[in-house]
Design a protein around this ligand. Structure first.
Ligand code: ZN
Length: 306
C-alpha cells in the first residue's frame, strides 16, 4: 500500500512537472523591432509572453544590421511587432524572408504593423519619393514619443495578445489598465514641467521629436537636417542659425547617434546649447521602461529651458 502511495505521489509530481512545462511552452513569443515596442509589450503581456527586441535603444532605428541571430529569433515567433511607415525598410524584409515563418509574414496572424493604430504626422501630400533622401516618405514613424500613442500601442497589444491567447484575456486587460494608470499618474507629475516647456522655441536634429513636441508643446522652429535623413549642409545651417537668433531658440535637441560637433558649432553661433536626449528605452543606462524614458526626456528638457 505504501509503495502504491509513493508511486501515486511520483506520478502526481511528474504530471505536475508536465503541466508546468506545457504552460511554459504556451507563452506567446513576441519579437519587436525596437526597445520601445518591446517595453510596452512587456507591460501588457506580463508573464504570459516572452519578448525580445531587435535593435538596441542607443542605435539609430533607421539603420540596423540584419544579423543572422535576428532571423533565428523570428523563426518561431508568434508575433513580430514593428513601427512601420518604412522605419525598418532597410532590414526588416531580409529578416522576415530568412525566418520562413508564415505567422510573421505580411497577412500572417502575428504580423503587427503598429503604425496602423496611430494617427500619423507629416503625411506626404504629394508623390511618395525616397530619391531625395527623405527617410519618412510614408509619414513620421517616431510616434512612440507621445504618451497618448504609448497607450494606443498598449491597446493594440492587448487586442493582439487576446486574439492569439484568449485564455489570457483577463490578465491582458488587467495589465493594460495598470499600465494606463501608471502613465496617467506620470502625466500628472509631468504637468508642471510641461508648463516650463510649452511654447518655447527649440531646434531638433531629426523630425523624431515631432510627436514629443505635440505632447510637450515645445515649438520646433527648425531642424538640423534639411529633410529627414539628409545630413545638414553649410547653407542650411547658416539659415538655421538666423532662425534660431530670430526666434530665440535656446536648445538644440539631438539623439546620441548624431554628430555632436556640428550641433555644438551651430549652438555656438546661435548662443544656444545642445541637449542630447535618448529617443528610446535603453538609449542610456537605466532607462528600462517606457515611462522612465519619457520621464527622463521631459525632465531634461524642462531643466534645459528654465
Ligand atoms: Zn526618422
Amino acid at each position: 500500500m505504501k509503495k502504491l502511495f509513493t508511486l501515486a505521489c511520483c506520478l502526481l509530481a511528474v504530471s505536475a512537472t508536465l503541466v508546468d512545462t506545457t504552460a511554459a511552452q504556451k507563452k506567446l513569443k513576441v519579437v519587436t523591432s525596437t526597445t520601445d515596442l518591446h517595453a510596452i509589450a512587456h507591460e501588457v503581456g506580463g508573464n504570459r509572453i516572452t519578448a525580445t527586441a531587435i535593435s538596441a535603444g542607443y542605435q539609430d532605428p533607421h539603420f540596423v544590421e540584419a544579423k543572422p541571430s535576428f532571423v533565428l529569433q523570428l523563426r518561431d515567433a508568434d508575433v513580430f511587432a514593428f513601427v512601420g511607415l518604412d522605419l525598418e525598410i532597410g532590414w526588416m524584409g531580409l529578416l522576415i524572408d530568412g525566418a520562413r515563418n508564415v505567422r510573421i509574414k505580411p497577412g500572417g496572424s502575428g504580423y503587427l504593423d503598429v503604425s496602423k493604430a496611430i494617427p500619423v504626422l507629416d503625411l506626404a501630400s504629394g508623390r511618395v519619393d525616397r530619391s531625395q533622401g527623405d527617410v519618412h516618405p510614408l509619414g513620421n514613424p517616431h510616434y512612440w514619443l507621445d504618451p497618448e500613442n504609448g497607450k494606443r500601442i498598449a491597446r493594440l497589444y492587448k487586442a493582439t495578445f487576446t486574439r492569439l491567447d484568449p485564455a489570457g484575456a483577463a490578465e491582458y486587460s488587467r495589465n493594460l489598465e495598470a499600465f494606463e494608470k501608471r502613465l496617467d499618474a506620470a502625466r500628472s507629475r509631468w504637468a508642471p514641467m510641461l508648463a516650463q516647456i510649452r511654447g518655447k522655441p527649440v531646434v531638433a536634429w531629426h523630425t523624431s521629436w515631432r510627436y514629443f513636441a505635440n505632447y510637450t508643446g515645445m515649438n520646433i522652429v527648425g531642424f538640423m537636417e534639411p529633410k529627414p535623413g539628409v545630413p545638414p549642409s553649410a547653407q542650411h545651417l547658416a539659415g538655421l542659425v538666423q532662425t534660431m537668433k530670430r526666434t530665440g531658440a535656446a536648445v538644440i535637441i539631438m539623439e546620441p547617434f548624431y554628430d555632436r560637433k556640428t550641433a555644438d558649432r551651430v549652438a555656438g553661433f546661435a548662443g544656444a546649447k545642445v541637449l542630447v536626449l535618448p529617443p528610446s528605452v535603453g538609449g542610456i543606462k537605466g532607462l528600462k521602461d517606457y515611462i522612465a524614458l519619457l520621464d527622463h526626456d521631459i525632465k531634461q528638457l524642462s531643466n534645459a529651458l528654465k
